[in-house]
Design a protein around this ligand. Structure first.
Ligand code: DON
Length: 304
């Protein structure tokens, strides 16, 4: 068994010594008051051993990390029909940009930018009876953790300032790529972004993507070919216009959120989650990226 405790302890120590921890997101007011000195990291290996350090048990807003979970749920329901509504190319743009959407007739570049996740939410609303509770139940089931919760204050805060998401949704609607009304779709989208999880919970949720679609309790949720595609999209699109940099520095498929979380995985080996609320200019956790670069460089474990 690979023993990850010494490396993650030294990552937490180094993070504490960094003077520049990045900027906490403030365009969602509820997130702006989070302490920038928080830092957590968890690793869960394929055998189910978990290694934790720092603030790994504290819950935070997962934000865009939920886009992978929305994608997984929709993909397992409708299969490859999904790709008629959303593409699989990196955008090279920030997560909330609108220009490509106009040029590409309302088909978002990929499911991991805001516009793409809004279309995936629309798909799920058309399929599910009660999208919010079924989505939360899905996340709780794949992780086997019923304490994963929804933070209503964050969702309300997002709704108040989510002007660019409204703009994206109306633009998509004008191209007839939203079947449900904009308010209903965004209400579900903001809900999904407002789940709270800790690093320990995130690695349990993402275990299915590391372990060929099968969760810690040995239930299967995704076909092997679907897991391949989701991991490929995480690698090429999981960090917006910094996806290349993340692949270059870290070399793992993963996903970030403006709450400061990052989750990444090495297929068949381990899942790792970091939380450090300060972001870099591209909206990805500054110290989280540094931590993961150190982890994969010092252990020699990456997909490359
Ligand atoms: O819609 C938004 O802008 C946020 N709920 C999510 C953005 C996000 O996490 C992008 N991440 N880096």
């Amino acid at each position: 068994m690979q023993h990850y405790q010494p490396i993650i302890d030294s990552i937490v120590k180094e993070a504490g010594q960094q003077a520049d921890k990045g900027q906490v997101a403030n365009y969602i007011p509820e997130l702006s008051s989070i302490d920038p000195n928080k830092f957590g990291i968890s690793i869960l290996d394929k055998q189910g051993n978990i290694f934790n350090a720092g603030d790994s048990s504290e819950q935070f807003s997962i934000q865009s990390i939920s886009k992978v979970l929305l994608l997984a749920m929709a993909f397992s329901h409708i299969g490859d029909d999904l790709w008629k509504r959303v593409d699989v190319e990196p955008s090279g743009d920030p997560f909330n940009h609108l220009s490509l959407l106009e040029m590409e007739n309302g088909i978002p570049r990929n499911p991991l930018i805001n516009a793409g996740a809004i279309v995936v939410c629309d798909i799920l609303i058309s399929i599910l009876k009660d999208p919010k509770s079924e989505f939360l139940a899905y996340v709780q089931n794949i992780s086997g953790d019923a304490t994963i919760r929804f933070d209503e204050q964050v969702a309300l805060s997002e709704k108040k300032t989510g002007f660019r998401n409204y703009a994206a949704a109306y633009l998509i609607k004008s191209f007839k790529n939203l079947k449900n009304d904009v308010e209903t779709v965004l209400d579900f989208y903001f809900y999904s972004c407002s789940l709270s999880m800790s690093c320990e919970q995130l690695v349990k949720v993402f275990y299915i993507f590391m372990n060929r679609g099968t969760c810690l309790k040995n239930n299967n949720y995704l076909k092997l070919s679907q897991v391949k595609r989701i991991n490929a999209i995480m690698l090429t699109c999981g960090f917006y216009d910094e996806a290349g940099e993340f692949a270059f520095e870290v070399g793992l498929p993963g996903k970030s959120g403006v709450g400061g979380g990052i989750v990444a995985l090495l297929p068949n080996q381990f899942c790792v989650a970091t939380w450090s609320p300060g972001l870099n200019k591209k909206g990805n956790s500054k110290l989280g990226m540094l931590a993961l670069e150190k982890l994969t460089t010092e252990t020699g474990l990456s997909i490359f």
